[in-house]
Design a protein around this ligand. Sequence first.
Ligand SMILES: N[C@@H](CCC(=O)N[C@@H](CS)C(=O)NCC(=O)O)C(=O)O
Length: 336
Amino acid sequence: MKKLSLLFAGLVLASAQAQADTLDTVKSRGHVVCGTTTGFAGFSAPNDKGEWEGLDVDLCKSVAAAVFGDATKFKTVPLNSQQRFTALQSGEIDILTRNTTVTQQRDTAIGLMSPGVNFYDGQGFLIKKSLGVKSAKELDGATVCMQTGTSNENTMADWARANKITYKPVVFDQFNEVVNAFASGRCDVFSTDASGLASIRISKLSNPDEYMVLPEIISKEPLGPFVRQSDDKWFNIVKWVMHAQWNAEELGITSKNVDEQKKSTNPNVQRLLGVTEGSGKNLGLSEDWAYQVIKQVGNYGESFERNVGKDSVLKIPRGINKLYTEGGLHYGLPVR
Ligand SMILES: N[C@@H](CCC(=O)N[C@@H](CS)C(=O)NCC(=O)O)C(=O)O
């Protein structure tokens, strides 16, 4: 009985926390708490010094820079695919910044919502070259490794049905269990987002050259952060931090030249960098919020190339993750 009432009190506390104004909670705590993967190179993983880094960690740092003027004021909570939504719902984390596909269900029915997409992706297949397969259409009868709680499980089932392919799913809760099962030959194929496959091939398999990604991409996997519903102020902060980074890239503002750019006579640059005031007040932040993001973390392109693009080990091409001005999908909404 005592245990039950304690549990109930705990639940009430957790849900009260989750209901609270996240900006206030974050400010009084002194740092932002972001949910990441358990370690997924390029997106969210600890480096040699044990510091978390990656495209998704940069988003977390950027929110810290916007709120505190200090990109180091953040902490990460590693979550597997299954745990991630509960951690956000319960208030354990402030933002989920972890290769999560935006779907209608996740954006409505589970009490969460998506402030934007920071990496456009699609589901693919990784195989050992010795399997002798050149196309996913040849995978009939294959065993397919996937992680529990991902959108990849359903997408795989839909695609196999449509293509009259039979397969045997092999699923695990933990990322490393899936990787180990694949590496040890317990399954023929690893199926997840193409970014995940690139990361696994380079950072988790001892002989990357023995593996290849098949040409088929079978779904849309727009990946992005999530926040809780009914907290518009916090939603707007995460959303506009992302748009600030796309706008900075479009305007040619980088972490290196942002101080110089403060002298620009371009009104769009002046508004973004807080030289012309207003955008900070609209968000409940100081007027230099976007300046701090760009100065301390960089524009979207800088973050992309450093973590997953040409300056990283993954070498993922920008592709559809270019700005709309270059033929890609990222489009910063006007800061005015
Ligand atoms: N985008 C898909 C898949 C994301 C996902 O969780 N992928 C796995 C397999 S690559 C992962 O990131 N695991 C890392 C972990 O659990 O730490 C989704 O949102 O469901």
